[in-house]
Design a protein around this ligand. Structure first.
Ligand SMILES: [Zn+2]
Length: 1014
């Protein structure tokens, strides 16, 4: 073998491009190394096939008699979302014997298509997927003969839009360009991938580095050798030996103090729904995960991490054999389920109870199916992270957090990769953002070099994580990526970080040892992009909020029914099946939790998904409409901020005028709390809380001004509202007004296509003015918002959070302030100066912006991608204005926001009449009551597993240290209590419940979970 020398013409560019062409599959491919990769044995032309236009039948459901031969190359497969099943008879031709099968070769099937496919054995066991990136299926037995089936899904990895995030083209067709049996030359294959790594390394490091030059000249030497020797088996062996000097074949880890150590894990981010519907995701999971099992069988070192309990449950239901194999590989520690949540949910919009249920349902599933809870919260791809999340995660047995989305920030670079994230209440998560800024690395050396360069905590830590594999649409790691990972794990000779394969927990434990040198970030992880997701797909957000309310109500109602029925079982009708009700409740939660996925609830999905989501919400609601055939009494469940009860319903009063203030003076409304004067254009010229003479509207600057902005973001249409939109706002004024049933009604013309009516009423006994909008919305790239420019001097604005509130500045002092031009608020926002202020209450609108003394609420958007029908049609929108004296805490703004969010008519339930105790319950006052205004009752529900146990969740809302006294009606019969976590594990000794109830000291913004034993 010739000695390695640098070429005499040290022209970097020609040497580098020569190597490129030597590896190219589009130039000289018949003569370069790619020509050596495979030898064809047999091509399939006509293959028996059956089409399913709709539905997605599983293997067991396909009709084996209906197969008819098609010429695969000339057939267009479609339309979008249809499915084709193929039957392949594999019979190796006689010529195969000529090929050396014994050494350095692999026989397999090549299937090239521009959509997604999954291959099955004759018994319907899934084996591996095909896609544009994965075309070779190696046979485990080189002499394999028999029948195989292929399921072809008519969609690409990213759905079926014309490109990227465009809406689905429902008429799209796909092609299968090649189906053949081949023998792969494993020497050439291995050499090809290592040379590609060398090319990548040389290109990245350049000629001025020793590593870069050595790598390129080594590769050049190999090219010379192979051209001279004509790709003989011996020359391929020799070439590989040369390359192995750079990337040795044996495993063995290199540790260097000069470089990062990178823990590389296979991963496959599968969006639970996005540019494809839920039902396609079920198949994407199977396709992606079966590939990983195949890779694990060949590579014991390969570890694959995977989140989202919902996806596991789908695979468990539809692909039981695959699921069983996954469980086996999970036991071996190769398939690593983690994340702790039901789905990778949106990080801003779900309520406190929803976040708790995400973790409870996720963790319980992982424990049941894989034997343990996850200690890592895994949410790489959502659009911002509520400051409540560290607390919820901690209370769910989680210490560590992985994400990376903030690397997409449009304005400011987030300053850390490894840090302590501290939430609103002081809870902490040790957090890591992989420094290659994504979750789908290909494991090229250049990515490791970038990761090291980009790592922002150098000097504090030397550890980073890298997740590799095709993601978003699924796919996961490929065999080629594993070749690279294995090469990078060796004691290699290049100046790039070394890879190690540990486990994510081991990675974090190593990081934890360095905890004291890491920096801390306090408060939410605000994402400086995608602020449109607080508003897009308005109906999904409305229904999510509605279901969150209905499920809290149903949990309480079912818990009370269980308590009474267990105590009074003799007089209960046999049809009252509490277990059945609980299981319906669980199914309803699963549907709602699924819809909170980070492309569904934020509204960044295609129209089909938006339809699916509405259907899931409807199914969830139907599941918890409990009916009884025996005699029932109608009751209303009251979930106020400070008390829960069930009351029998009196016949509804039919006169709406009884509840509202009837206007006497023209365009003026007044009750004991506030006074408001409107102008004919629908704006408020005066608003003041009784008790102050202060008009919240400045002279000449009315409140409640509707604006329409041009809303054309840079790229991510449904996702983004941009800072520049407010530069184009135009006012919309009412064209007429009238009084109707005690309300002012204003009519607006938004454009030639869209109109709106606004009904304003003042409840007799409430301190807020109610606005109900009916909007017929037919716009393109417009944003409708309502603005309130208060006559207040304030440095910041307060926004409702899932628990308590967050404060944000309302100026543009720093680039961080500027980037937060639109923020997320839950149920309310308030601006105040000493002595008084004003709050905006709203049930399911989340996008607020405050600048100086102006507060605006985003109402509707009209993005055209990925759903070109997004938010078109009729909308009912509700908000309220609440002027107050004092602070928002003392003025009970949070309580009012809670009440305003609940439509008590939705909470009318039926209760079997037979039990005398039932009558007592419905005539008792509060069944649960807290005696501190700072405490909110979040939920009361049956414990997930423990019989006779119940969980009461309370939260501190003011940011105060409070003594919380919980009074529990004796009708509930609770005897003992202990503090517990979200997974219902006791955190304290059980104590007796005294006559005074339960007394607990509560710190600011804490969630308190109490396990109660009946
Ligand atoms: Zn995603």
């Amino acid at each position: 073998m010739a000695e390695l020398v640098a070429p005499p013409f040290k022209n970097w560019r020609t040497t580098l491009e020569r190597l490129e062409k030597f590896l190219s599959d589009s130039f000289f491919q018949k003569y370069n190394l790619t020509s050596q990769l495979q030898t064809e044995l047999k091509t399939f032309q006509n293959i028996p096939c059956v089409k399913y236009q709709t539905g997605r039948p599983l293997f067991k459901d396909i009709d084996l008699k209906k197969f008819e031969e098609v010429d695969v190359k000339s057939t267009k497969f479609g339309p979008t979302w249809s499915t084709f099943w193929f039957k392949l008879e594999v019979d190796l031709p006689a010529s195969t014997s000529k090929v050396n099968l014994a050494e350095f070769s692999t026989i397999g099937l090549v299937w090239k298509c521009d959509c997604e496919a999954l291959i099955y054995d004759v018994n319907g066991v899934s084996l591996q997927s095909f896609s544009e990136e994965r075309t070779f299926f190696p046979f485990e037995d080189p002499r394999f003969q028999g029948t195989l089936y292929v399921e072809l899904a008519c969609n690409g990895m990213f759905g079926a839009g014309e490109h990227c995030i465009q809406p689905t083209n429902l008429e799209k067709t796909f092609t299968v360009s090649e189906v053949k049996l081949v023998v792969r030359n494993d020497l050439a294959y291995s050499l090809y991938h290592k040379l590609n790594m060398i090319h990548d390394l040389a290109k990245e490091m350049g000629q001025n580095t020793v590593s870069g030059s050595n790598a390129l000249y080594t590769a050049n030497h190999v090219v010379n050798l192979l051209h001279k020797e004509g790709f003989s088996a011996q020359s391929l062996q020799d070439a590989l030996s040369i390359v192995n000097k750079i990337f040795p074949p044996q495993t063995g880890t290199k540790h260097s103090d000069e470089h990062l150590t990178i823990d590389a894990f296979g991963h496959c981010h599968i969006d639970t729904a996005w540019l494809w519907p839920y039902d396609e995701t079920k198949r994407k999971c199977a396709r992606s995960w079966v590939n990983q099992i195949k890779l694990m069988k060949k590579n014991e070192n390969f570890k694959f991490v995977c989140s989202q309990a919902q996806q596991f449950k789908w695979v468990e239901t539809d692909y039981p054999k695959l699921f069983q194999t996954i469980q086996e590989f999970a036991k071996k520690g190769q398939f690593i389920p983690l994340g702790g949540c039901w789905v990778e949910m949106d990080g801003n919009l779900p309520s406190c109870v929803s976040f708790c249920q995400q973790f409870l349902y996720g963790q319980m599933y992982f424990k049941e199916k894989f034997g343990q809870f996850s200690d890592i919260f895994w949410l790489p791809d959502t659009f911002g992270y509520s400051a409540l999340l560290p607390q919820i995660a901690n209370l769910s047995g989680i210490k560590y957090f992985l994400t990376q989305k903030l690397s997409w920030n449009l304005v400011n670079t987030f300053p850390h990769n490894s840090f302590i994230w501290e939430g609103l209440d002081g809870s902490q998560l040790l957090t890591h953002f992989p420094p290659n800024d994504n979750y789908c690395a290909r494991m090229n050396p250049s990515e490791l070099l970038f990761a090291e360069k980009n790592f922002k905590d150098k000097g504090r830590s030397q550890d980073a994580m890298m997740l590799f594999g095709f993601g978003d649409g699924g796919g996961g790691p490929t065999e080629e990526m594993l070749v690279r990972v294995n090469a990078l794990q060796t004691d290699h000779k290049v100046a790039v970080p070394s890879c190690v394969t540990t486990t994510p927990t081991q990675f974090f434990e190593r990081l934890d040892k360095n905890r004291s040198s890491l920096c801390k970030w306090v408060g939410e992880l605000y994402f400086e992009l995608h602020q449109g997701t607080f508003t897009s797909q308005s109906e999904i957000k409305r229904l999510n909020n509605r279901m969150e309310n209905l499920l809290r109500c149903a949990e309480f109602y079912v818990a009370v029914l269980r308590i009474i029925s267990q105590r009074d079982s003799n007089s209960m009708p046999p049809e009252l099946d509490i277990d059945k009700m609980r299981s319906a409740l669980k199914s309803a939660w699963e549907l709602v939790l699924c819809n909170q996925f980070h492309d569904v609830l934020p509204g960044s999905c295609i129209e089909e998904v938006a339809r699916d989501a509405v259907d899931y919400f409807k199914r969830a609601e139907n599941l918890i409409k409990f009916q009884f055939s025996s005699e029932v009494i109608s009751c209303r469940v009251n979930l106020s901020q400070w008390s829960f009860d069930v009351q029998s319903v009196e016949p509804r009063r039919s006169d709406p005028l009884l509840d509202v203030v009837v206007p006497k003076v023209n365009l003026c409304l007044e009750n004991e709390y506030l006074r408001a004067v409107f102008k004919p254009d629908g704006t408020l010229e005066s608003l003041s809380a009784c008790g102050t003479k202060q008009n919240l509207a400045a002279e000449g600057s009315p409140l409640n001004v509707f604006k329409i902005d041009s809303d054309m973001p840079l790229f991510w249409d449904a996702w983004d509202i941009m800072d520049y939109h407010s530069e184009t706002g135009a006012n919309i004024s009412a064209v007429s007004h009238r009084i109707e049933n005690g309300c002012f009604v204003f009519e607006f013309k938004i454009s030639d296509n869209s109109k709106m009516s606004m009904k304003v009423s003042l409840p007799k006994c409430e301190p807020y003015l109610v606005f109900e909008l009916c909007v017929d919305w037919q716009e393109a790239h417009k944003l409708l918002k309502v603005e309130f420019e208060f006559d207040l001097r304030a440095q910041h604005c307060s926004y409702g959070s899932q628990i308590g509130f967050v404060e944000q500045t309302n100026n543009m002092n720093t680039s961080q302030d500027t980037a937060k031009f639109e923020v997320c608020g839950h149920k309310w926002a308030a601006m105040q100066q000493y002595g008084y202020g004003c709050a905006v209450l709203t049930p399911a609108k989340y996008g607020f912006r405050a600048l100086d003394s102006k507060l605006a609420l985003s109402l509707l958007r009209a993005p055209k991608a990925p759903d070109d029908n997004c938010d078109m049609g009729n909308h009912s929108i509700k908000y309220a204005l609440m002027p107050y004296v004092g602070t928002f805490q003392t003025a009970d703004v949070q309580k009012c926001a809670n009440d305003f969010n609940l439509n008590t008519d939705d909470f009318v339930v039926s209760i079997p009449k037979l039990s005398p105790q039932m009558t007592e319950v419905t005539s008792e006052g509060a069944l649960i009551k807290v005696l501190s205004k700072a405490i909110r009752i979040e939920s009361f529900q049956c414990a997930y597993e423990m019989p006779n146990a119940y969980v009461l969740k309370l939260s501190e809302q003011f940011g105060s240290s409070a003594q919380c006294n919980v009074a529990l009606s004796s009708l509930l019969g609770m005897k003992k209590y202990a503090l517990c976590d979200i997974l219902e594990r006791p955190l304290s000794e059980f104590a007796d419940i005294s006559e005074r109830g339960v007394i607990i000291n509560v710190k600011p913004f804490k969630l308190i979970c109490i396990l109660l034993i009946a």
